[in-house]
Design a protein around this ligand. Structure first.
Ligand SMILES: Nc1ncnc2c1ncn2[C@@H]1O[C@H](COP(=O)(O)OP(=O)(O)O)[C@@H](O)[C@H]1O
Ligand SMILES: [Mg+2]
Length: 268
């Protein structure tokens, strides 16, 4: 089972968009996938139009079983554990809990029917983010293409280094630094230069990135993925290529565009 966390200490860089499309893309490619929202803002629930009484918070507190919090069949082969702002209180509520950083990993341990679990996270090193990092084996760090891109990504990787120091036996690898909103401006060029100057990020930089594409914003407000809303858009093409990279570990052939009725074939 592949365990992927989407992290960046900066907000608005494309974490949720990427979590949704990596999870939905893996599911379209035939992998049984679980998408976990570890951000109390609950954007994933909004994006899929899910409202449930039982959420990640209840799972974390031991008030609900795994089966009760999983929303099944959000799309074919795609299940979701949603979150709501009630989870903002978790840091305080679990302050005295033993081994509280590994609660999520322990609660999700019975999962065996999934090929992949993708976790979205909030822009803070809070308890849920620690829990996401201590469940995951692979990290995707989306970065916005502006002057601050490097800052949030660097802070994130420093936090990951702390976790590796504290739990040296765990495998936690940087799978990709993913540029979001790539365009032909100087800002994009400067952001690429800054990422290239960072010795840790340079080698994991997914260079094509995801081009700037307003359709992703429209798609999520329509509760659709980009492949459903605008299958011929730049973002549909770019996220399909990135999902192939996640599956195969290389950028591969970027010429295949996810066509409406051939999504599965186009993706993997
Ligand atoms: N490739 C893109 N092109 C244009 N806008 C994008 C792109 N990816 C994401 N966005 C927009 O950027 C905003 C922040 O994205 P989001 O995924 O919510 O970031 P985060 O989860 O890191 O806060 C959203 O309005 C989203 O629609
Ligand atoms: Mg988000």
């Amino acid at each position: 089972m592949q365990r992927i966390a989407i992290v960046n200490m900066k907000g608005g860089v494309g974490k949720t968009t990427t979590a949704i499309h990596v999870a939905a893309g893996l599911a379209l490619g035939g992998l049984q996938t679980l998408l976990v929202d570890a951000d109390p803002q609950g954007n994933i629930g909004h994006a899929f139009g899910i409202r449930r009484p039982r959420t990640l918070r209840d799972l974390m507190l031991g008030d609900a079983a795994l089966d009760e919090v999983i929303v099944r069949g959000v799309r074919e082969k795609l299940d979701v554990i949603p979150s709501t702002p009630a989870a903002f209180g978790l840091d305080a509520q679990l302050a005295g809990a033993p081994q509280r950083e590994t609660i999520l990993a322990r609660r999700l341990r019975p999962l065996s029917s999934y090929d992949a679990v993708v976790i979205d996270s909030s822009p803070a090193m809070n308890l849920l983010t620690y829990n996401a990092l201590l469940f995951a084996n692979d990290l995707i760090v989306p970065v916005g293409m502006d002057g601050m891109a490097i800052v949030g990504a660097r802070q994130t990787l420093n936090g990951v280094r702390d976790i590796r120091d504290l739990w040296p036996e765990r495998r936690l690898d940087l799978l990709a630094v993913l540029p979001i909103g790539v365009n032909a401006t100087n800002a994009t060029r400067a952001a690429f230069d800054a990422l290239d100057d960072d010795p840790e990020m340079r080698g994991r930089l997914y260079r094509p990135g995801i081009r700037q594409c307003i359709d992703v914003t429209y798609a999520l407000t329509q509760r659709q993925t980009i492949w459903e809303y605008a299958p011929r858009s730049r973002a549909a093409e770019d996220y399909a290529a990135f999902v192939r990279f996640v599956v195969h570990g290389s950028a591969g052939d970027r010429t295949v565009v996810a066509a409406d009725d051939e999504k599965t074939q186009a993706l993997v």
